[in-house]
Design a binder for this molecule. Sequence first.
Ligand code: PLP
Length: 404
Amino acid sequence: MDYDGMFDKAIDALREERRYRVFTELRRHAGEFPKATRFLEDGSEQDVTIWCSNDYLGMGQHPKVLDAIKQATDTYGAGAGGTRNISGNTHMICELERELADLHRKEAALVFTSGFVSNDATLSTLGKLLPGCVILSDELNHASMIDGVRHSGCEKIIFRHNDVRDLEEKLKKIAPSRPKVIAFESVYSMDGDIAPIRDFCDLARAYNAMTYLDEVHAVGLYGPRGGGVAEREGLMDRIDIIEGTLGKAFGVVGGFISAKRNIVDAIRSYAKGFIFTTTLSPVMSAGALASVRHLKSSRIERAIHQERAATLKQLLSDAGLPILPSVTHIVPLMVYDAELCKQASDMLLDEYGIYIQPINYPTVPRGLERLRITPSPFHDDTMMAELVSALTDIWGRLGLRQAA
Ligand code: PLP
């Protein structure tokens, strides 16, 4: 049996399709984010500026978060000691869950080891707990939601992205007696658009469906306390299950859901992705707790973040660079070609010390390859001017498409 050949063939297929992924080795500098050091294969080092991090607010280096992590390490030690079934709840994770439930004004919350796991574990379990359930899923939902729906084993209906009419057409055809879950995201992280949450909630009410909202790219960033877009729009009470991550705007790691107590209790009791894995460590729980608490009361990070994103969009658009009309902090700069996207990304990094990972299929459809730029409160005017100048140069040299 040629096992090596099989693995090589799988990798070659990716190379042929020009979507073999190469990850840059970086050392971030706490206190100097978005500055970092890149390690090259020849052993040399290069100073770079990161422009594609999902640590959207730089909370991964916030002094309160770092202090909480240091203190928790000294107080509790490193790990959680196993699954909750084996080792019980750490005090830190209970504090964190109370804080997250309060963030979303829900009765309870449940922390998982990542946002991916929380989606997969919760959706797959929901489908199993609701006999005859149909899950209606937005066509652009994240891979973790797609996996969760698939693992639920129940019927799945895909509706067109953010399309209220299409969702209603699909709901109409389902027998009223069947349980239904509408699963969608608030901020779609590749295009930077936002779901019509209110309209979806109205449909859920009319057709007696539950709502499941992924706020991974919105928690910490939107709403007066960083609850997400549903908080900003006054709709949190109309969402049955809100899911989020502790790894992006909150800057640490982990995922969670918040919901009514009986829903959380059922997921806690049945979800394999919760039961059979070691709990998030008390150290990371303490860091996440400090971050959530801080962003609940401090609005300055959100305000600067929005201002920085708006400024960068304006600068790129003034330079004739083809950005999508994102209504959020995400700035998608379109390349429309996998090879050229990789080339543009390599040139930015090698020649300008600007790190923006290329986004290719399957993260986005073929032909819609892009550079996904995520300005943070720490990207100043000088960095922005350098970025726009580098992009303008590269766009000219590679003959890339300009804005229409
Ligand atoms: N949901 C969405 C929409 C995402 O984009 C991601 C990750 O990028 C996740 C869930 C998974 O979150 P995490 O990175 O915490 O696993």
